[in-house]
Design a protein around this ligand. Sequence first.
Ligand code: 2M8
Length: 430
Amino acid sequence: MTVHTEQPLDRTARRVLVTNWRQHATVPAARLYPHQWSWDSAFVAIGLRHLSPARAQRELESLFGAQWRDGRVPHIVFDPHVPADAYFPGPSFWRSNAVPEAPAVPTSGIVQPPAHALAAWLTYCADPATARARGFLPRLYPRLVAWHRYLTTRRDLTGSGLMSVVHPWESGMDNSPAWDVPLSRVVPAPAGEYTRRDLNHVAAAERPTDADYGRYVRLARDYRDAGYADSLGVHGFAVEDPLCNALLAAGEHALASMAAELGYDPRRHRSAAARLTDSLTATLYDPTAGTFFPRDAHAGTLIRSYSVGGLLPLVVPGLPVATELIKTALGDRFRLREACPLPSYDLTAHDHDPGRYWRGPGWINTSWLFWHGLRLHGEPSLADDLRQRLLDLVRTAGFREYYNPVTGAGHGTDEFSWTAALILDLIRTP
Ligand code: 2M8
């Protein structure tokens, strides 16, 4: 694969990233998501490092510039120049300005999957000289450490050694069928209390239902009204999610590399990575199913729903069950060799919906994570095959937010930033 043979695709991907750049960061999509999103910026940096390492560094620095004093990195950093009614819930809903730990810029109060340490290390490796000249690691490393500390302490709600997500939006896979049972216990906020903005841009059949949206609003409001305090008593929804914990473990490996580069002792990060990997495997892996399942922190039980998040611990170096995960991905539920992108949810499930947001369609970011994991665990030919099919898909269907994994039809919004960034990375990574 050379940049030369992929020139038109490479050029269009670059154009999407230029269009969505806003002085210091990239918005996921100009109309549907007109602010900076946390894990989107991590994926965007992974692509931008090939175009402009300094811009990739700024992408992450601007996000961490909005880090709260308690270490949390908010899932949205609002652009004060964007009209208040462009996105719901906006700054007046989250009211971060009333929280002493929050920064001056308005933000949300929830988080997203911690893909940032991995992204920061890949960004650094793309151009260490520029990173050194800009003081990238000395500035970012302590902030990443504080971020992981928040997640591994305040968000360890059960004492299992694993972090919990306390809102479906925190999982990044907002509408996943895995959240249906824990979410069913949440009483929706009345529809008259708020106005959805997402349906101005995308068909209702491709977005969450009104009932689920009401539950999202209720959870966020309760958290806000509790001053963003973390405890099982506050959170009506709390789930130990395999993807988030896997990204934390992979991130500790990245932090170990950064610490070594900065002349610090990397061993604390290696031990943290080993502890997280052990807890993840002991608590969330199901050997008969060959996948990881999320655990409902209130009920203390595994949620036996096959979503792509259960395969993504493949990003953890040295994961003891990598072979089993790859076998599950090759099976009927995910059909790694044919379906593309990797489906977000079990193809054989009765409620698989190939067009609705996180309930079936495939996404480029989760496919990229699996591709990264395949390379990490010594499967170059499966990885190359997946890469080729992802490039073919996007060449045909464009830079969409998500895709039907069987027909390849595009869904959601268009000119989507992480699709462009990660396609660039797939083109340009040797
Ligand atoms: C989607 O989530 C936002 C809420 O955060 C939304 O639906 O309004 C998810 O796909 C999430 O993973 C993503 O980070 C975000 C922006 O691309 O959109």
